[in-house]
Design a protein around this ligand. Structure first.
Ligand SMILES: C[S@@+](CC[C@H](N)C(=O)[O-])C[C@H]1O[C@@H](n2cnc3c(N)ncnc32)[C@H](O)[C@@H]1O
Length: 248
């Protein structure tokens, strides 16, 4: 049995442990989310939608389904996640960049930021990411994002477990959500991975810092960016989706 301890390491899922991403969060899991995004984009857009920019595209699991509808460009900070995305979606364009500052010099008919928005840790971060979306959107285009974690739905010290397998590797993921300081805008998430392969157990730990804001803050920052904002419920879940139109 091999036990490895990386208690103090942050964000390993997007670096040395990125190979776990397609196992713990397979592309098939993204079908309902993308169907919902596409429906909202089609419903709200004031222009024909052919091109889509995915900021914080990660391993390209959303894009795997978006590409059935749109010509996809993805941006992410992590080279190892981008290389997973390129393998999965050779038809898409993938570029390294930070959603708070990247400027591609082109506009798109739609922009999305899915789960990656949770890595915006301050109001300034959120505002910068929303501005990037705005700057890359053609007039009449739609930006969709969602507040999976927010002040209103946060449960202190919650634990979630899940098990997924791919070929001969089985991974059990234990996730713990904890807010050490409710006065600030961040929470800490600790992941423990139990990786079982050929009778061997490997244990890895990983920490992530996520942002936590009230829904009013999301709403206000989106409007200050210049968007017309509608808040809708993520079907079947307690997650607010923001559908934002750039008028023009
Ligand atoms: C949960 S993953 C996204 C998964 C993705 N939705 C998919 O379909 O595979 C979160 C991603 O956010 C990226 N990320 C975090 N901060 C970022 C930033 N400031 N700019 C761009 N990407 C960022 C990470 O590198 C990581 O790949």
């Amino acid at each position: 049995m091999m036990i490895t301890n990386h208690t103090h390491e942050q964000g390993r899922l997007y670096s040395d442990l990125s190979w776990l991403w397609p196992i713990i969060s397979p592309p098939e899991d993204y079908i309902p989310e993308v169907a919902q995004f596409v429906r909202l984009i089609q419903q709200y857009s004031r222009r024909p939608v052919q091109t889509l920019l995915d900021l914080g595209c990660g391993g390209g699991h959303n894009d795997h389904w978006f590409k059935m509808y749109y010509q996809v460009t993805g941006v992410d900070l992590s080279e190892s996640m981008l290389s997973l995305a390129r393998q999965l979606n050779p038809e898409a364009t993938y570029l390294a960049g930070d959603m708070r500052s990247v400027r591609l010099g082109q506009t798109f008919d739609a922009v999305v930021v899915a789960d990656s928005i949770t890595y915006m840790l301050s109001e300034d971060d959120l505002r910068l990411a929303f501005t990037t979306a705005y700057e890359h959107l053609a007039p009449g285009g739609v930006f969709v994002t969602y507040a999976e974690e927010n002040r209103e739905n946060f449960e202190q010290n919650s634990v979630h477990t899940s098990t997924q397998s791919l070929e001969n590797i089985e991974v059990t993921l234990i996730e713990n959500y904890y807010d050490p300081n409710p006065q600030d805008t961040t929470i800490e998430v600790t992941f423990i991975y139990l990786i079982r392969q050929a009778g061997e157990l490997q244990i890895e730990t990983d920490r992530h810092t996520l942002g936590l804001f009230s829904l009013d803050t999301w709403d206000r920052l989106l409007r200050e960016t210049g968007f017309e904002v509608d808040r809708v419920n993520y079907e079947g879940e307690d997650i607010p989706l923001f559908v934002c139109v750039k008028s023009g």
